[in-house]
Write a protein that binds this ligand. Structure first.
Ligand code: IPT
Length: 989
């Protein structure tokens, strides 16, 4: 696989060839009875600014590195205080001049000595690197072993002859930039270093050189086939199946199959003369049949994510616990598939996928996206001089990962355009492993692949593809082939900032069309790097925070998890949208239909229960007995009779499906799916009798001294009509508000001006609306304030009439909005904003919760009585932006620690947002630490919000979730909960 020595003219780090001196690639196994020595830990380290600043004398035994620094291995040196990380998405951070790299080429010399354990047997041994970014040259005891590239791929060198019992000197020179960098233009931080383990592995006489477990499952007979090819030959035992067979010989036995849902593994052992290797075998067959991707004879549906390896402190140097945490979080959120974007993950991750159950598309460490910037001129995948490097990468991935049942597809790489190099990779892979389909997204002709894969295709196009009715390719043959392929969205629903919106609509398409076999949300986790302000407060840094000359800002923070692995509202929404059980209530019939949307599992692992809630308070509850319900089947369950008359309030059924027993990924009781449906509807806007606090007799407005109008608990400015005091407490009057701190999705795509709502909104002045008081009218029982809300330089406006009335201690506001003139853009929001006293810190509401929701991301919100502090209502998007809305709020109560406060009822129900800083401050902030508590609690009571969409890299907000300017009317009732509900400091009562 590896090429001979590079020509003298080009240094090894610029040679297109993959490297020198390495052993042929082979399978990875986590353990065997051969000895291993981990070489991680404290190494000596020296950083140079260029590749050739230092000679190689440091590699010789006896070199004194006592004055060098100490660096942990594995690590990325820019995250250990040497140089800086840098982020670009598509653009190379150096001139596109392949295969040459800048003279400024940070180069880290790594050095350590080690002794062999006393009982080290001698003989052959290999030195293995799991991942070094991006190019290394290695010496052991002064002898050069070779050079290599391919950052996320392993490499091994034979070292047995060079080892000594003590004081072995291992020297590794790592260059940040190499010819390999042209092949590694993934959208992520540029982070050099020895970032995965270095291990010394004994290779006894007769040890396994390599092995390939071929395992299939025949769903028509219920049998598995097993053949383990091994060099040298040996035996395979599978005690549970009573198997003890020679390698190379196939057997057929009845087995339970492996799937991501039921990850059945059989413990086995491979033994050759010199080595015993524990194996875990999963029987499954992957095939594309009749235009559908099937495993074990059944269509599967990906509910996936793209996973980069990331940790906010360690970059791509992940420990095993973090890998497991990722998978547990995925399983707990109903995710069943991972695309390893855009490189093979740490091999231990795939072991965990086998064990816990996950469909994996294993992607090669290859992306040349930056060539798009130069019209794809010089693209390595279209230049045969690079083909050996591409084949080397394909082989190192396939050989390493070929024994994992979880890996169901190979992916050639990401965003490389098209070229013969990709075809060469595909042919090699097909030949080596015909049992797995091949994926690559970047070639619309699908010449080399088995599935039609796209990224960010919008809903309408995905639906068309689902019908196999997409516009034809020019070449009829290719068109026919492609039209008969399964369709997946290898990236969709860009999870940047607040979003993605529109997940449920995608899921409907996946559930409707057999051809649409799901997709992979972009992406799993925000790659924000943890940094601290001068006073020690932590925040997450993104592109541009390290003085990069070129960067792509916070486009690196587009995950379903925050950098510290806290689930974002987007993940909670995704969990609900992809839940593997659909529960639908039919109150008329008194029944619930439960549909099993698993592909393999029946429902016996789940326990189903109901609760009956009135006005958000849980009443009776009970359990259902669910008959055996296979994948794709439904069961109809009977609801109990309605427990009580729902007269006292709005009544709801909640039906939940939870794990019946502990699993490897969550304890018994973990909620998998749920549904709510109303038992009866009461009162306007869902307000039941019990939800309303009764007022007394109506008040008439009266003029008071100081130019004020008093109406019940409200005191107004007679000239402007603004509410100045409520039950004696001053406030910022509620008034129309249409602005929000634009989300990343509002900002849209730099390359697509139509997607840039933020810019369009600002151009039309929605962030600087002025309120002209047209008329203040006091009459009868009401105070009516008519205003015209408009932006400078614009002639369109929102005519807004506030009508105030009062009864007892209740102050009531009706708002009527009428657009005037031409409104081409959707409104960010439509509601009122008011400023209250900041000590109102505790919020209780009856409505949707517990988390935030927006019009096109609200399936996870359930109706109930929820409670949160103001701080807990904030969602800390890495780049601050609109967040925190709670939907369908019938009433909310904001209270101080002493229990006094304000109750706000809505008719109809409203969106509640409360934050300790203004929209303007949120809009201006770049990092979470820019937000400082103000002396005002800003409360937004919105009648409507514009949806989120996922236009930061994908479809705009769908038409049904756009907030078009249109006449609207909505009401609020304000009820002070104590006479002294909010007294600002220094104000006498
Ligand atoms: C696509 C990339 O494949 C992925 O790595 C990431 O950059 C994602 O977009 C956006 O975050 S490419 C895009 C230009 C469609």
């Amino acid at each position: 696989m590896h090429e001979p020595e590079p020509s003298a003219a080009v240094p090894y780090y610029e040679d297109m060839a993959p490297g020198t001196g390495a052993l042929p690639p082979r399978a990875w196994w986590p353990a065997s009875d051969a000895r291993r020595v981990g070489l991680g830990g404290a190494w000596r380290f020296r950083l140079s600014a260029t590749a050739q600043a230092e000679d190689d004398s440091f590699a010789r035994p006896g070199y004194d590195a006592a004055r060098w620094d100490v660096l942990p291995v594995p690590s990325h040196w820019p995250l250990q205080g040497y140089g800086q990380p840098a982020y670009t998405n598509v653009r190379y951070p150096f001139p596109v001049d392949p295969p040459y790299v800048p003279t400024e080429n940070p180069t880290g010399d790594h050095l350590r000595t080690f002794d062999l354990p006393d009982d080290w047997p001698g003989g052959a041994a290999v030195l293995r690197f799991e991942g070094v970014d991006s190019c290394a040259r290695v010496w052991l005891n002064g002898t050069e072993l070779g050079t290599f590239k391919g950052s996320r791929l392993p490499v091994e060198f034979e070292v047995g002859e060079l080892l000594r019992p003590q004081q072995n000197v291992l020297a590794v020179r790592v260059h940040q930039w190499s010819s390999g960098s042209y092949l590694e233009d993934q959208d992520m931080w540029w982070l050099p270093g020895i970032f995965r383990e270095v291990t010394l592995i004994e290779r006894p006489e007769g040890a396994v050189t390599d092995f390939f477990v071929h395992c299939g499952y025949d769903h028509t007979t219920g049998t598995g086939t097993l053949r383990v090819d091994c060099e040298p030959g040996g035996t395979v035992t599978v005690p549970e199946l009573g198997l003890d067979i020679p390698t190379g010989e196939p057997v057929i036995v009845p087995v339970e199959p492996w799937s991501a849902e039921l990850p059945r593994l059989y413990d086995a052992e491979l033994a050759t003369e010199g080595e015993r290797i524990p194996l875990r075998i999963g029987f499954r067959t992957v095939a594309v049949e009749d235009g559908v991707l099937k495993v074990n004879g059944r269509r599967i549906a990906f509910r996936g994510v793209n996973r980069h390896e990331f940790d906010p402190d360690h970059g791509r140097a992940l420990d095993q616990e973090t890998m497991r945490d990722d998978l547990l979080l995925m399983k707990q959120h109903n995710i069943n598939a991972v695309r390893t974007s855009h490189y093979p993950p740490h091999p231990a991750f795939l072991d965990l996928c086998d064990e816990l159950g996950m469909w994996v598309i294993d992607e090669c460490d290859l992306e040349t996206h930056g060539f798009e910037e130069v019209g794809w001129r010089g693209n390595p995948v279209a230049d045969e001089r690079w083909t050996p490097a591409l084949l080397d990468r394909a082989a190192r991935m396939v050989e390493r990962d070929k024994n994992h049942p979880s890996v169901v597809m190979w992916s050639l790489g990401n965003e490389c355009g098209t070229g013969a190099g990709l075809s060469a990779m595909a042919s090699w892979i097909r030949e080596r492993d015909p049992a797995r389909p091949i994926h690559y997204e970047g070639d619309l002709s699908c010449a080399d692949v088995d599935v039609y894969s796209r990224m960010y295709a919008d809903h309408a196009e995905s639906e068309l593809i689902g019908r196999r009715a997409e516009p034809p390719l020019a070449d009829a043959e290719s068109d026919k082939r492609r039209r008969n392929m399964p369709f997946i969205l290898c990236e969709y629903a860009h999870a940047m900032g607040n979003g993605p919106g529109g997940l449920a609509e995608y899921q409907r398409i996946f559930d409707t069309y057999e051809r649409c076999q799901g997709g992979f949300v972009w992406e799993w986790i925000d790659h924000g790097l943890r940094r601290r302000t001068a006073d020690g407060t932590a925040y997450f840094a993104y592109g541009g925070d390290f003085g990069e000359e070129l960067h792509d800002g916070n486009f690196v923070c587009d995950g379903l998890l925050f950098p510290d692995r806290t689930p974002s509202p987007g993940l909670v929404e995704y969990k609900k949208v992809i839940e593997p059980v659909r529960i639908a209530g039919d109150v008329g019939r008194g029944q619930v239909t439960v549909t099993n949307r698993h592909d393999f599992a029946d429902l016996s692992g789940l326990a189903f229960s109901w609760t009956y809630e009135v006005a958000g308070v849980a009443g009776d509850s009970g359990r259902f007995t669910v008959p055996l319900t296979g994948p794709g089947q439904s069961a109809v369950l009977d609801l109990p009779p309605m427990p009580r008359s729902p007269a006292e309030g709005e009544a709801w059924w909640t039906v939940r499906a939870v794990l019946a027993e502990d699993t490897a990924w969550a304890p018994a009781g973990h909620e998998v799916a749920w549904a709510q449906f109303p038992a009866a509807q009461r009162g306007p806007g869902g307000l039941g009798a019990a939800d309303r606090v009764h007022g007394g007799a109506p008040h008439a407005p009266r003029l008071a001294e100081g130019g004020m109008v008093v109406l019940g608990p409200g005191t107004f400015d007679a000239a402007t009509g603004a509410l100045r005091y409520l039950a004696g407490a001053p406030l910022e009057a509620p008034r129309l508000d249409v602005w929000r701190a634009p989300t990343d999705n509002d900002r849209g795509m730099p390359w697509f001006p139509d997607s840039q709502l933020d810019r369009q909104w600002r151009e039309s002045g929605l962030h600087r609306m002025r309120h002209r008081v047209v008329r203040v009218a006091v009459g009868g029982d009401t105070l009516t304030v008519t205003t015209r809300v408009a932006a400078a330089a614009a002639d369109n406006a929102l005519l807004t009439v506030y009508t105030w009335s009062a009864a007892g201690d209740r102050l009531h506001l009706d708002v009527a909005v009428t657009p005037e003139g031409e409104w081409r853009l959707p409104l960010p929001r439509l509601g009122v904003r008011m400023g209250l006293c900041p000590t109102l810190d505790s919020v209780e509401w009856y409505g949707g919760g517990p988390g935030e929701a927006y019009p096109d991301s609200r399936t996870a919100a359930r109706v109930g009585r929820w409670r949160a502090s103001v701080e807990e209502l904030q969602t800390p998007y890495v780049r601050p932006q609109e967040n925190g809305a709670r939907p369908d709020v019938r009433w909310s109560e904001l209270r101080r620690a002493d229990g006094s406060g304000l109750r706000i009822e809505g008719a109809p129900a409203y969106w509640l947002t409360a934050r300790p800083w203004s929209t303007e401050a949120l809009d201006a902030a770049r990092h979470t630490t820019d937000l400082v508590r103000e002396e005002t609690l800003w409360v937004h009571l919105d009648h409507a919000l514009h949806g989120l969409g996922s236009a930061s890299c994908g479809p705009l907000t769908l038409p049904g979730d756009r907030l078009e300017a249109a006449p609207a009317a909505f009401s609020f009732t304000f009820v002070p909960l104590e006479a002294t509900w909010c007294v600002p400091p220094g104000v006498e009562q």
